[in-house]
Ligand binder design. Sequence first.
Ligand code: 13P
Ligand code: SF4
Length: 307
Amino acid sequence: MTAPVTTENKLRERIIELKKGLNAVIMAHNYQLPEVQDIADVTGDSLELAREATRIDCEVIVLCGVLFMAESAAILNPARTVLLSEGTAGCPMADMINVDDLRRWKQRYPKATVVCYVNSSAAVKAESDYCCTSANALKVVDAVPNDEILFVPDMNLGHYVSTKTNKRIILYPGYCNTHHRLTAKHVIRAKQGHPDAVVLVHPECRAEVIEQADAALSTSQMLRYARENSAKTFLVGTEEGLGYRLQRDNPGKIFHVISKSLICPDMKKTTLYEIVRTMERRKNVVIVPEEVRLRAERALDRMLAVV
Ligand code: 13P
Ligand code: SF4
């Protein structure tokens, strides 16, 4: 049966055509709009997207997500063109630290090893010793041959790691506007409504939220946990885009995103229309200066060697 002629189907067909013409692969983060996730060749959390970017065979990568994700793909793929699906899609947490801030903190803690969450600019990665994602932060910190760690920029993820390691973690005061909005009260109220539910939250949430949860996991770890766990109902403390994937992959289970305010505006900027425009015009090319790229790649490679 042929698909009905709708604007969405036309855009989808055009994207398929453009992919062939450009020899492109579309990668999308788990928070992207449902129709964007459905058109993607690869979907994943930040770690999976970074890893996949080192294995992909294509000339152009179209990264549907936010700038730091596209920069990671560009850092790991100097020979390929990386297009950011929507030119203004950034990460407010990544913008909470710049190179000058980091240099000041390094002067204050000269003996510390810098572990930098991938939600950061290429320039900040270049100034760091290791990168990590929410899926591997604890493993990376434990693998560092130093007991003093300067963790930037997410204080919530850094604090979560500090509760699981014996190392001294110095926290930089950055946070995700979206996840930081969630409070213990929201979780307690949701649990009252669904007392049998398993509670999964992202480690970018406040400590008081993580204390109320059964597990703190990256977005792809949540997808795996929900698939493998026998519970029928889940309360989810992360950006609402993940709710679509959880429900699609587990039709017999029920997922409630804990708060309606769990929406990252930047993750919602990419539409099928924007993807077509970006590919047609080959715009939003992500350029990382070679001197920065080489140093940022070293921090990413050290992370990829750990996990
Ligand atoms: P994940 O790596 O868990 O997908 O998280 C990325 C992110 O931006 C969370 O806000
Ligand atoms: Fe950044 Fe938060 Fe959006 Fe993730 S959800 S991209 S950390 S602002």
